[in-house]
Structure formats: C-alpha cells, structure tokens
Design a protein. Sequence first.
Length: 252
Amino acid sequence: MRRLLPDPAAPDPAAPATPVDLLAAYAVPAEYDRHVRANMVTSADGAASAGGRSGGLSGPADRRVLGALRDLADVVLVGASTMRVERYGPARPDPDRQRRRRAAGLAAIPPIAVVSRHLDLDLTSAFFAAAVTRPVVLTVAAAPASRRAAVAAVADVVVVGDTELDAPVALDALAERGLRRVLCEGGPALLGGLVRAGVVDELCLTVAPRLLAGAAPRLVTGPALPAPAQLRLTSLLEQDGFLFMRYAVGGG
C-alpha cells in the first residue's frame, strides 16, 4: 500500500512512499462514541458490481483494506441480498487478528448483522450453522411470525421498524449490545437508506481501475436524496491502480 501523493515535507518527494499501517490509517477518530462507516467498491465508470458481485471488482490491496476495516469494527452490517450474492460466511479472523482485536478492546470475533425484511434466509448455510459469534438479524414487524421464530433459533432477531428498516432504531439496538463501531458493507440499497437517514459518518470508497459499462447498480440506490450528501476527503491511498478514498460524510 502506498500513498498516492508523496509527502512534500519528505527529504525526497519523488522517492517511493513507505508502506501504510492500515489500522492506523483507518482508525476511528477518538471523538466518536458511535461511528458508522461504509465500505464500498466501484469501477472507474461507477459500476458497483462486476458479474453481479462487488467481489468481481476487488483485488489483493482492496481485500487488505477490507480486512483492516473489519478489524476496527464492533459489527459488520450487510443487507440480506448482498449476503447471499457475495456468499458471506461467518466471521473467522485468524488468531493474530483476534489478538489485535482484544488488545484494542474489541471482541475477538465480531458478529455480522444482516438486514432482512422478509427473513428469506437459508438458515442451514454456513453463515448461521458455523458461526462462532451468534449473528444478529435486523427485521421489521411485518415479517412473518413463523419466520421470525425460525431465525431466532440461530440468530438474535431484532425488530427495527414496521415495514421498512428504521436506521436510527437499528443503530440504537446495536449500540445497546455494545456494537458501537459499525462497518456497513452494503449493498447499494442498504447504504442508500442509511445515507437518507443521515446516519453515515464515513465512506471508504475503492475505485477499481476498470471500465464496465452495462447496467450494474450505482454505489447508492433508492429514491433521490432531498439534498446531496456532502463528502470531505480525509485520506487517499493507491496501489496497483486502485484508489482508496476515505471521506467524512456531511462535512464532519
């Protein structure tokens, strides 16, 4: 991992930049008691998936950044559709990463929270059956009672809205469980809902050096925002043509 721009204060600004400590580079600012960070990837022409999956846009450096962001989070938040399409398994950080998390005051293995209105989840999948830390499923009151009971056998089920996700209520529910540093991994519809609710503090955006065209979804989908969400660039990294941008959302 290299900084895109050399440090003008360095003895030789043209010299190659030193590797970046990703945990330090992406540390959550100390002033945040609760923090919601989104991590997404797009192609250079704005496609949020390739071949139907965001993983089709990724690369080794992007996976390293994703690992660091997960290591800094209390909980990973993901939509049910994204969980299925991207073939999520349970969180399984290796022993070294578990030690780093404990040293930082975090649980060794973070839970994954899934947003699902209809609870059409495969409860026999490894995501549930092999989970070391019990998943959290955020759903709505309109979800079928029989499905809620079935999911409750393998996950903590929390109702956070009547027919649609109430983002502030969902984040309060996670915070009550001590899950105050949230990493949202999408997809675009879930991220759109969080942005419209004004609860996203930070966007970590990877731009892959590829052009796709086609009709892949954008980074954020859903109804147009009442006003644009303003972004302030706080860091910029590059490796292998991939750009890694860290934005504060709302000018914070």
